[in-house]
Design a protein around this ligand. Sequence first.
Ligand SMILES: C[S@@+](CC[C@H](N)C(=O)[O-])C[C@H]1O[C@@H](n2cnc3c(N)ncnc32)[C@H](O)[C@@H]1O
Ligand code: SF4
Length: 339
Amino acid sequence: MTTSEYWQLGWAFARSLATYELGGRPRPFSATFAVTNRCNLRCRYCNTPFLDSSQLSLADIEVVFRKLKTLGVVRLGLAGGEPLVRDDIGDIAALGKAQGFWLSLNTNLNLYRRHESLFEHIGMVFTSLDGRFEHHREARGDKSLDGTLEAIRSLRARRIPVVAICVVDVHNIDDAEFLLEQAAQLDVRMHFQPRCTDTDIVRGAYGDDLDNERLRAFWRRLRARRRVDTHIASTALYLEHLARWSDFRQSAVADPGQRCAAGVGFLYVDPQGNTFPCPYTKGKVPPINLVREEWSRAACRTMPCTDCSVGPMVEFNTLFRRPWRAAIDAAGSYATFDR
Ligand SMILES: C[S@@+](CC[C@H](N)C(=O)[O-])C[C@H]1O[C@@H](n2cnc3c(N)ncnc32)[C@H](O)[C@@H]1O
Ligand code: SF4
C-alpha cells in the first residue's frame, strides 16, 4: 500500500467513524463484493457453491462500483465463492482499480496460473490454509491444495502480501503451531477464524466433540502467542473478543449493550448485487439491490444482531468500538508486510 493509499483509507475510515458516532448518511469505508457463488471446491463448512449461480455482468458491476465509490468505499474486497472461476475476473479487478479502490482478493488459488496477470491490481491476497495438509484436505477436499502453495510462493516473489485464513474446528484445533511454521517458511501471515454457523453462505456447525471452553482456550493461547509471533495477522482485540465469546454454536447475538457498525461502516454485496450490512445478515434482512436501488440508513434499521464471532466482522467492529487501539493493532498486522 502506498503512502497516499494509507491516507485515503485513513480519511475514509475517519468519515465512516464519524457517521457511526454521529448518525447521518452511511459512509462505509469498506465493502466486500462476492463476484460469484460458483466454486471449484465443496468445503464442508461453506454453502456458497449451493446458492444462486447467476452473477452480475461487467456493465452492472460498473454501476455497483460507482455507487460504492459515491458512498465512500475505498477498500474493496473481491470474494466468492471462488472469484477465479470467473473468466472475466481480471476485467472486474481492472474496473475496481479504475474506480480507485484498494483491492483485496479472497481465493483458494487453485486456478492462479489462469489469472496471474490480474494480481497486479491486488493489494492483498487472502487465501485458505486449514491446518496440516491432511486436515486441510479433509475439510476442503482432495484437490483443494492443488497449486496453492506454488501460487503463494509466486505471489510472495512478486512482493504481494498474502494472509492465509484457517477455519478453526475439531480436526485442526491443534494445528496452529504447524500453520505458523508454514507461515514463516512461506513468508505469509495467518488469520484464524471460528467456524461460522446459521447463515445462508455457510453450512454445518461445531459438533459436540468441541466444547466452548476448549475453543476459548485456543483463542487465549493464540492471543499470548501473538505477542511473540509476527506471523499472526489476527489482531489482539479480535483474539481477546473471541477468548470471551460465550457460545460458538451461536455466531451472532442481539446484545442491547453492544452496537454493530455493519451497514454504516462496511457492506456486503452478493453476486446478484443484493447488498446487506454484512454476509451474516444475508437471508435475515431485506436486501437493497445496488444495481437498481440506493443504500441508505433505513437498510440497517432491522439488524438481527449487535455482536458476533464472525471472523472479518469482529475485526471491522473493533475498529469502530476501540478506534485508536484497533487501528494501531490492524496497522501492525496488515500494513507491515515487506513488499
Ligand atoms: C467464502 S471463502 C471465498 C474465497 C475462496 N474460495 C477461499 O476458500 O479461500 C472466504 C473464506 O471464508 C472461509 N469460510 C467458509 N465457510 C466458513 C465458515 N462456515 N466459517 C468460517 N469461515 C468460513 C473460507 O475458508 C475462506 O477462507
Ligand atoms: S470456502 Fe472457498 S473454496 Fe471452499 S467451497 Fe467455499 S468458496 Fe469454495
